[in-house]
Design a binder for this molecule. Structure first.
Ligand SMILES: NC(=O)c1ccc[n+]([C@@H]2O[C@H](COP(=O)([O-])OP(=O)(O)OC[C@H]3O[C@@H](n4cnc5c(N)ncnc54)[C@H](OP(=O)(O)O)[C@@H]3O)[C@@H](O)[C@H]2O)c1
Length: 241
């Protein structure tokens, strides 16, 4: 039987590498494409033997999400894994003593927190009908209130903290039905999230995705014995909420 996965923000970075890794594991993959033309993603689709489907998707836009959900429904009524990966950073400088950009804060929340919620909400039926029933929310150490050290990054940190709470609420609802939620920090990764390649990152996108998918494999192992529902990093270490 086919196994299906959906990755948001799959144009590049960790999302693109997650798509590659899922294809290697035999999944049929929907890749949410935000940018107009993702050459690499297009090439990957061409070479996937029909197992990769690019889906135009702005998770911050209700109509775009509805269209993407229709694309899924047209081919499958089950979705084994949803990976909510797409996100934006927002301002990293302003502190409480500066003028904060509320329009930008609004946008980052709409994408990072509400975007993931829209996707999980819209796909919960197919997810719970599937074999794996797994939602993976890519969060960040920046969303951990317990280990907060920053004085800025308001939009990003607050939106990821909201994503963490959202993950817990979903877990509470679907765990009794066999549903699974993972919420994790992918490591400091060399991506273009800051608008230019972050060469300080410790991991390449492929390395980060490799770690994440190894944790997914572990979570989906029938012999998995959970240690409670926690925020984890890419190595599986628990982080404070
Ligand atoms: N890089 C790190 O060190 C790091 C650390 C902690 C957590 N994370 C998390 O890891 C995940 C992946 O980030 P990344 O580092 O791979 O950054 P990235 O390369 O910027 O990837 C983010 C992806 O999301 C897409 N995206 C932006 N706005 C979107 C929208 N409205 N709807 C759908 N997709 C949208 C981006 O498209 P465009 O490229 O076209 O803008 C891009 O493909 C994010 O959730 C991020 O918060 C990253």
């Amino acid at each position: 039987m086919k196994r299906w996965a959906f990755v948001t923000g799959a144009d590049r970075g960790v999302g693109f590498s997650l798509v590659k890794g899922l294809l290697e594991r035999g999944y049929d993959v929907f890749a949410g494409q935000y940018a107009a033309a993702g050459d690499e993603l297009e090439r990957l689709e061409e070479n996937s033997g029909g197992r990769l489907r690019r889906v135009p998707l702005d998770i911050g836009d209700g109509d775009s999400v509805s269209q993407a959900l229709k694309s899924v429904a047209a081919v499958t009524d089950r979705l084994d894994i949803l990976i909510n990966n797409g996100a934006i950073l927002g301002d990293m400088q302003a502190t409480i003593e500066d003028e904060l950009d509320y329009e930008e804060l609004d946008k980052v929340f709409r994408v990072n927190a509400l975007g993931a919620l829209r996707m999980s909400n819209g796909l919960i039926g197919p997810i719970l009908r599937s074999g794996s029933k797994l939602i993976v929310n890519i969060s960040s150490e920046a969303g951990s209130i317990g280990s907060c050290w920053r004085t800025g990054w308001y939009a990003y940190c607050m939106s990821k903290a909201a994503l963490n709470m959202q993950s817990h609420l979903i877990h509470n609802q679907i765990a009794p039905q066999g549903g699974k939620v993972m919420v994790l920090h992918p490591g400091h990764v060399q991506t273009y999230m800051q608008g230019k390649l972050d060469t300080e990152g410790k991991l390449t996108p492929d390395e980060s995705a490799g770690h994440i998918l190894a944790l997914v494999d572990k979570r989906l192992d029938p012999g998995y014995t959970g240690e409670g529902f926690t925020l984890i990093d890419y190595e599986g270490n628990t982080l404070p909420w």
